[in-house]
Write a protein that binds this ligand. Sequence first.
Ligand code: UD1
Ligand code: MG
Length: 366
Amino acid sequence: MKKLNVVILAAGKGERMVSKKPKVMHEIMGRPMIRYVVERAQELSPAKIIVVVGYGRERVEEYLRSYPVTCVLQKEQKGTAHALLAAGRFIDKGDILVLYGDVPMIEKETLKDFISFYEKTKSITFMTTDVPDPGGYGRVIMSGDEIMEIREEVDATRKEREIRRINTGICIIPIRSFSMLRSISADNKKGEYYLTDICRIGRQRGQSIKGYNHENAREVLGINTRKELLEANATMRQRVIEQHMQKGVTILDRNVYIESGVKIGIDTTIFPNCYLLGRTVVGSDVVIGPNVIVKDSVIHDNVTVEGFVTIEGAEIKEDVKIGPFSRADHFVYIGDTAVGKNVNTGLKQVKQKNASGHRRKKECAE
Ligand code: UD1
Ligand code: MG
């Protein structure tokens, strides 16, 4: 897979979000959706990752600064083929996997299977899926596993609109077919250069165009509206919970909210209605909850955080017990102590080893 390039299309405004923010910066479980796509791309160890930016580019570029990606500006958003062409000057060899900045739920295994399928034919390949309500998506006209054409909804006949197989947008374009993008015209209802038109042009030139159908539509559908954003959040929330359970965390109720970046050690138990947010890191053998909020904090091994506690921007050292209804925030460091009920520890309140270095258990007032 070394020779593959990944191009992530992320220049669109996302009108249907009704937002000042570029669509790809909207968050799912605490992270902008573009980040998921970039991370999936990184997992494939491609030759290059190119992100096509446009609307709100400063914000997207700033966010991606620490990632090994090249951002390319598409000045005007004239369509997906036009966007891919903008990335062209950074690609001289290697085939191109196109991902969408607004399709963030895609999983690594799905992409790997898709690439393996492509490797067998080396033909232009689009990932498709079947949905009961295909409204808004490009309809895929198939013959066997060959794609005849992809028709955008606005250009489709009534009969074509009944087709439930839709284009996810994810595709692989072999480098030798890249120049065909230049033959695409904007002669359609939207007046845009459609990447999907490469299917028709390819067929006219006698090329085989493959469809790779992925069954789990939820994973490969684009996010265009706030409602779809909500649904993506719900799906990702469950996915995060599953991942922690697989890695040895006990979760006593699905009603916990653990953002994507949070790390939790083995044999930790999370009671219902806990929120673990931001850059939180939790050690092993920790007990948290119920009804606890932990944000941007480090909780070391063997800590017990009892019910109704809020911890923000704090570090809690090993073996500490935090009593119910307490609050620790603003860079507080709690160590070698037990915090009783209803305790509020604020800025600079530090409980730690005494000067001689002996561990001395302190009790904080109740
Ligand atoms: C596109 C597909 C459609 C597919 C759907 C899946 C085309 C012509 N249509 O439609 O077949 O079913 O995605 O979600 O490809 N973008 C740019 N520059 C542009 C236009 C778009 O970078 O000039 C980016 C957007 O930021 C987005 C992606 O490309 O990440 C898709 O664009 P969008 O406008 O959402 O396309 P759809 O109409 O959804
Ligand atoms: Mg879209």
